[in-house]
Design a protein around this ligand. Sequence first.
Ligand code: DGL
Length: 285
Amino acid sequence: MQIESGCDSRRDLPIGMFDSGVGGLTVLKALRRRMPCESILYLGDTARLPYGTKSAETVTRYALQASARLVERDIKLLVVACNTVSATALEPLRNAYPGIPVIGVVQPGAQASCRASATGRIAVIATESTIRGRAYERAIHAIRPDAQTTGAPCPLFVPLAEEGWLDGPLVEGIAARYLNPIFHPASGSGRPETPDCLVLGCTHFPLLAGAIRNVIGDGVTIVDSAAITAKAVEAELRARGLERRATECGETRFMATDDVPRFSRTGGLFLGTPVAPDEVELVDL
Ligand code: DGL
C-alpha cells in the first residue's frame, strides 16, 4: 500500500491562473492541450478590464487582489496569464506568495523570440502599459544583448478580439496602421532593416494572427507566448515534483468578477470550446 505524502496531495491541487478578463483563456487552452490531467482554476477580472491602459500601481493592486482569491482556494502554482500584469507586477506577486511558484508570460515569450530571430531584430506589440514598462525589451536584452527591439502599443486589438472581429478589411486596416511603420517603413525613413520576429505580447492578439500575418507578410516569425508559457509551467511542475499523476482529465473551473453571460460568450471564442454560464462563478475581489 502506498502512503500518500504531503507532496502527493499537493500534486492534485489545481493550477491557479488569472487575467484581466477572458484573454488569458488563450494560455489556459495551451495549458490544457499540453497537460490535460491538470485541474485549473481560472479567474478573469472582467469588472476591471482593461488593465492595459492603467498605471503600474493600479495593475499591481488589482493583481494582488485577484491572486489572493486564487491562493485562498489552495493552488499549487500561479500562472499570470496577463501580459500587462506579467510586465509590471510579477515581483510583488512572488514576494506576496513565497511558497507558490509564479509564472508569467513575458519571460517565456522573450526566450522564444530570441530563439526564433535570426537577425536579432525583434518587434513586440502589446497594450500601452506593457510597452510603457519595457519589460519585454529588458527580458530580450538579458538573453540577447545585441538584440534590436521595437515596441508598439496596439490597444484597439483588444476590443476587436472581444467583439470577434478577427479578419477582413477593417481589421487589416487597423493592423496596417499599427504595423506598417515597423514592417513596411516609407523609403528614406532611415529604418530599412525590418524585424524578422514579432512577439504577440498581449493575450488577445493571437486571435488576430491571421490579419496580422496578412499585413506583415510571410518572412516574419510570429511568437505567441501561450504555448511556450504552457511549456514553462510543465517544466516548473516537473522540477518541483508537482505534476498531477492521474489518467483522467483535470477539471477546469472559472471565476469572473462581472457579467457572467459575457464571460461565457467571449470566453468560448478565446477557448475554442463553449463555456456554459453555469460553469462560471461570480466573485467579488
Ligand atoms: N490581458 C491583457 C494583456 O495581456 C489585455 C487586456 C487588458 O488590457 O486588460 O495585456
